[in-house]
Design a protein around this ligand. Structure first.
Ligand code: GSH
Length: 239
């Protein structure tokens, strides 16, 4: 891969991503790093005590450090990194900007009500979260059942907050809206994905193999684009 290695661009040397493996915002940043072939180290943060990010005043993930400098907030992290590797990148292209905002303001809010929709889906999600995440054995058990129960109820509140009545309909609707936005192109960025493609793909990647993600691929037209993205984003560049 040569993306991001043309002249007049420079690749950061040491990139560290502080994350939760299943967090959509973290996965958005990872899809970007993977596609641009920027190698990075992952520090999996323990969500119970967050001791791995105690050094920072910012209390959420993702946090990225680039050669020691701290970047926070997924969209902002991506803006800053893209400007480093492609100083001429136009971050104000209307369509790309609009759909990146749609991911942050709409798509992410549809996810929780779906992955915690039923007790069995909440358990499946937490099994994934606790298996991949940084938990002690004891925390894993507490988090799996306690977290699943808590999020089952929290997700009902979130659903109300974001005016979602039927969560699956909202998820399928969002997927169809995205496919319509492509207007027959391979990617929103045409022959190569742009930052909106990477954002949508990033937040959907962790749910792809959960029931909600399987249902989404089965009941909407998003599967083709998703497979193209899996193919082109390729192997993670995490070290
Ligand atoms: N706008 C932020 C971004 O795009 O990075 C949102 C980040 C965010 O909400 N992250 C969640 C978090 O760290 C994890 S998915 N929540 C605080 C916590 O876990 O205590």
């Amino acid at each position: 891969k040569t993306r991001g290695s043309e002249e007049n661009s420079f690749k950061p040397k040491e990139v560290v991503l502080f994350q939760y493996e299943a967090c959509p915002f973290c996965n958005k940043v990872k899809a970007f790093l993977d596609y641009y072939d920027i190698s990075y180290r992952v520090v999996e943060v323990n969500p119970m005590n967050k001791k791995e990010i105690k050094w920072s005043d910012y209390k959420k993930v993702p946090i990225v450090t680039v050669d020691g400098e701290q970047l926070v907030d997924s969209s902002d992290i991506i803006d800053k990194l893209v400007k480093r590797i492609h100083p001429d990148y136009d971050l104000n292209a209307d369509e790309e900007k609009k759909w990146r905002e749609w991911v942050d303001n709409h798509l992410v809010h549809v996810l929780s009500p779906n992955i915690y929709r039923t007790v069995s889906e909440a358990l499946e999600s937490f099994d994934y979260i606790t298996t991949k995440g940084n938990f002690s054995l004891y925390e894993r058990l507490v988090a799996k059942y306690g977290g699943a129960a808590a999020m089952y109820f929290v997700s009902k509140k979130l659903k109300q907050k974001h005016n979602i009545t039927d969560e699956r309909a909202a998820l399928y609707g969002a997927a169809e809206q995205w496919v319509d936005a492509l207007k027959g192109r391979k990617f929103l960025g045409d022959m190569e994905p742009n930052l909106a493609d990477l954002a949508v793909f990033g937040v959907l990647r962790p749910i792809r193999h959960l029931k909600s993600g399987r249902d989404m691929v089965e009941h909407t037209r998003i599967g083709k684009w998703f497979s193209e993205m899996e193919h082109i984003v390729g192997q993670a560049s995490r070290i």
